[in-house]
Design a protein around this ligand. Structure first.
Ligand SMILES: Cc1ncc(COP(=O)(O)O)c(C=O)c1O
Length: 391
């Protein structure tokens, strides 16, 4: 392909995205993790970040981050297997393992890198990986990288999963991986039934608790909330959401974590997180471990808002968490709705295909524990006005 035809193809694809209202651009946002962000120069209530507990701007995290920089500097300067380790790293891993009630924990530069490493390490060409259709992209990318046979089952459809597992029962290596909270729908995996199937079909169970940590199960996640943490083989989580910082983590048995340390390419061949991040993560973990009330308050608020939105006639799917979709269907309609909500002083993300299936474009509300009662009222008023406009 000559360079010219290459450019023409890219131009054509960009134009197609524009036409379908699917073109993505980085929004003109500042202070995007705060309770109020700045968009196009205006202060708006922030219902788009994953800082569910409002910890990203917590003074205690900031002080811990600055302290770590003063002690260890700005960069880790190597993979941890070379010289990129420092004492805070080991402390965080030990405290996280204790918190998650697992033998060991291991940190990654992001949740994305953690999922890549899990799949790349434990799955191979002779493995079948069963994966919910709505699992996060990082899980799909990890499965692709591993070369494993990828068997997707319909979202939260246990009968379909059982059928899929039954037809693959003679394979010697099986992994099942699921988000515990699905990030675009806010609904929860049917973990008990999944764990039963994994026991029956001798399958390794991996859960992605990225959106549940800090909120459910006294901050530990859904598998703890449901009392089945000991039936899960690997617990993946992230410091980038409820913990208000950055980084991914995997917890489980010591031998599995050792294996991951040896095989996980996104760990072995990547520079370790900076001391500032580890300092903040440690402070966030200690806060959450000592007080789970933020997460509990967030869930009460979420139930109240979902009930209100449904009473207006909005479709919020099966959300049972702090992530509440307002499913409008059409891409253009969602972009117009987002502008309307912005006009009322509230910022939400407009989520369109391919992030969600065609015809299910939505506003994705992600609530945060630091919203006040007045804030909640403002959100309700904004959506009530939107409903009037749409009908
Ligand atoms: C379910 C899930 N897993 C993993 C990730 C990746 O985590 P990170 O943003 O820390 O890379 C995300 C991020 O959005 C996610 O939603």
């Amino acid at each position: 392909m000559t360079p010219k035809s290459f450019y023409r193809r890219i131009e054509g694809e960009l134009a197609d995205l524009e036409k379908a209202s699917l073109f993505r651009d980085i929004p003109d946002v500042d202070y995007g993790s705060a309770r109020e962000l700045v968009f196009r120069g205006r202060n708006l209530l922030n219902l788009a970040s994953n800082d569910y507990l409002g910890l990203a701007n917590d003074e205690r995290l900031k002080i811990a981050a600055v302290g770590a920089v003063e002690q260890y500097g700005c960069g880790s300067a190597a993979s941890r297997l070379v010289t990129g380790n420092f004492r805070l790293y080991d402390e965080l891993e030990c405290e996280l393992a204790e918190f998650k009630e697992q033998e060991a924990s291991m940190l990654f530069t992001s949740g994305y890198a953690a999922n890549l490493a899990i799949m790349d390490s434990f799955a191979g060409r002779r493995t079948i990986v069963f994966s919910d259709k709505l699992n996060h992209a990082s899980i799909l990318d990890g499965i692709r990288l591993s070369g494993a046979r990828h068997v997707r089952y319909r979202h939260n459809d246990i009968a379909h999963l059982k059928k899929r597992m039954e037809s693959a029962k003679d394979v010697d290596s099986r992994i099942l991986v699921t988000d515990t909270i699905f990030s675009m729908d806010g609904d929860l995996a049917r973990l008990e039934e999944i764990a039963d199937l994994c026991d029956f079909y001798d399958t390794m169970l991996v859960v992605d608790e990225a959106h549940a940590e800090g909120v459910f199960g006294s901050g530990r996640g859904i598998s703890h909330e449901r009392n089945i943490a000991d039936r899960v083989d690997l617990h993946m989580g992230a410091f980038s959401k409820g913990f208000g910082s950055l980084g991914g983590a995997v917890s489980g048995r010591k031998d599995l974590i050792s294996y991951l340390r040896n095989k996980g390419r996104s760990f072995v061949f990547s520079t370790a997180l900076s001391p500032a991040v580890i300092g903040a993560n440690l402070a966030a973990l200690r806060l959450i471990a000592s007080d789970s009330s933020r997460g509990e308050r967030l869930l009460v608020m979420s139930r109240e808002l979902k009930t209100y939105l449904e009473s207006l006639g909005f479709n919020c799917g099966d959300s049972a968490s702090q992530i509440i979709p307002v499913i409008l269907g059409d891409n253009e309609k969602v972009l117009a709705a987002r502008e309307k909500i912005i006009g009322e002083g509230v910022y939400t993300a407009a989520i369109r295909p391919p992030t969600v299936p065609d015809g299910t474009a939505r506003l994705r509300i992600s609530l945060r524990a630091d919203l006040t009662d007045d804030d909640l009222q403002k959100i309700k008023t904004a959506f009530a006005k939107l409903k009037t406009d749409l009908t």
